[in-house]
Design a protein around this ligand. Structure first.
Ligand SMILES: [Fe+2]
Length: 267
């Protein structure tokens, strides 16, 4: 079992991830214990202003790398970011693509949006040589309300990154069921921790690897947790299994999703 995590908020002092150096180091120890070989630090980039913080982000990243080496923690660290969808992304910036691979970048959309326009606009403005890796599609109301939209996103050329916690119900039963359907339909390409802390969203992947291996086989698990992440970090082409459209069958599940969206809005 080899594990690479392309989505984590382990850098302290930047976003809602690790609170301080101590917590960041504990998360790195957690990753080592879990058998993770490599972790990409992907702090939230919410606006153009955050992109201007690149130098500060890089300094903190270099600091963490140094501390990890000093303490003999055998986990490789890379730098990237999780970009909140915005009108213009400068892909020349170091943190724009994961591990500076120049091709793949991690992108996040608003959780509660159900309209098409933002997704359409995003793909219209995208230049040809970059590939969006869409973070946690299973958490978006856009996908929950019409899961077949995941197929459309993949058809447009995106890769989809599921959160490890979604598979075991961290975000609720409906997101868990949706995650299963996405994997069944070949609409998942990589699984990341999206780690924010030590307990609720930890820097661990092995439990999700085992879960995938048991349910879908080790070949799929290796693809999600090691082979595709390796290709992403190297900027290599990824050949995906042909996606399958969602059919109209299983109406009861659809109804449940509908109820879930309404529940979300009440919050
Ligand atoms: Fe994230």
């Amino acid at each position: 079992m080899k594990l690479i995590d392309i989505h984590s908020h382990v850098l302290p002092f930047i976003d809602d991830g690790a609170e301080d150096w101590d917590m960041a180091m504990q998360m790195m120890r957690q990753a080592e214990k879990d058998g993770i070989d490599s972790v990409v630090c992907t702090p939230h980039i919410l606006s153009e202003k955050d992109f201007k913080n690149e130098a500060k982000i890089y300094d903190i990243f270099a600091g963490l790398r140094q501390k990890v080496t000093k303490k003999g923690i055998s986990v490789n660290l890379e730098l990237g970011s999780e970009i909140y969808v915005q009108p213009y992304i400068d892909f020349k910036q170091k943190i724009a693509t994961l591990a500076q691979n120049g091709r793949y970048f991690l992108i996040e959309f608003p959780l509660n949006l159900t309209q098409d326009f933002l997704f359409r606009q995003f793909f219209d403005t995208l230049t040809e040589n970059v590939v969006p890796v869409i973070a946690h599609p299973e958490r978006y109301a856009y996908i929950q309300s019409k899961p077949e939209r995941a197929y459309e996103l993949v058809k447009k050329g995106a890769l989809l990154q599921l959160n490890a916690g979604s598979l075991i119900g961290v975000f609720g039963q409906h997101i868990k069921e949706l995650s299963f359907r996405l994997v069944d339909a070949n609409l998942v390409h990589v699984i990341g921790s999206d780690a924010h802390d030590l307990k609720t969203r930890p820097l661990k992947l092995s439990y999700a690897y085992q879960f995938v291996a048991n349910r879908w086989g080790t070949e799929k698990a290796n693809e999600f947790f090691y082979l595709n992440p390796t290709r992403i970090l190297a900027g290599e082409i990824i050949y995906v299994d042909p996606p399958v459209t969602f059919s109209a069958e299983n109406k009861s599940v659809k109804t449940k999703w509908g109820q879930f969206i309404r529940a979300l809005r009440r919050d």
